[in-house]
Design a protein around this ligand. Structure first.
Ligand SMILES: Cc1cc2nc3c(=O)[nH]c(=O)nc-3n(C[C@H](O)[C@H](O)[C@H](O)COP(=O)(O)O)c2cc1C
Length: 178
């Protein structure tokens, strides 16, 4: 039988894919990791970012950013950019990248990236909630299935949980199949 437990982090909806956010902070590219995020609908996402982070400042100033999806082999570099702030260190050369529309840095070595446009942004208790529209999807060849969906097992996304990084275990069944 279940018992009420005193969980330090109560909003325990894990695992969550780790995301690497790409921004232009002034003239410089910056990268940082986000695991507090959500899907609001098929075009709209939410990110929760500490207001003090350089990423927050850059998103507010520029209004556009990239969401890059690491695979399980990218745990180390994803952790690296999530443990150093662009406020105090230069992460601009850390990933090989291309500027989308001459404005939004995208990681060349990750198979899937989204270009996002900030729609709304509000602050609460030192955190900034960013609501954004995904305007473009950039995917490596072979990642998109014949039915137009992303092949999750090929993508092999890096999953975050407070106990560690994980990978997807396998297919178990078809959704919406009645
Ligand atoms: C796995 C992981 C997940 C993280 N998730 C978030 C998050 O959801 N929101 C946040 O504000 N910081 C998060 N961080 C911490 C930031 O990535 C980190 O503070 C980073 O240095 C901020 O960089 P910036 O100042 O260059 O933007 C996460 C770090 C790691 C390693």
């Amino acid at each position: 039988m279940k018992k009420a437990i005193d969980l330090k982090r109560k909003a325990y909806l894990y695992p969550a894919p780790a995301l690497v956010i790409g921004t232009m902070a002034g003239e410089k590219v910056n990268w940082s990791t986000v695991a507090y995020h959500g899907i609001l609908d098929s075009q709209t996402i939410l990110l929760t970012i500490e207001s003090s982070h350089l990423t927050t400042k850059a998103i507010r100033e520029v209004g556009r950013f990239s969401v890059n999806i690491p695979s399980s082999k990218d745990a180390k570099c994803t952790d690296y950019v999530g443990t150093r702030s662009g406020n105090t260190c230069d992460k601009s050369e850390y990933f090989p990248c291309t500027l989308f529309d001459s404005a939004v840095p995208v990681i060349d070595t990750f198979a899937l990236s989204y270009i996002c446009r900030m729609e709304e942004c509000y602050e609460k208790n030192g955190k900034t909630y960013v609501i954004a529209t995904v305007t473009n999807v950039l995917a490596e060849e072979g990642l998109v299935r014949e039915d137009g969906l992303i092949d999750l097992l090929k993508l092999d996304p890096l999953l975050f949980d407070w106990t560690g990084y994980y990978k997807v275990g396998g297919y178990v069944g078809r959704p919406f199949s009645k």
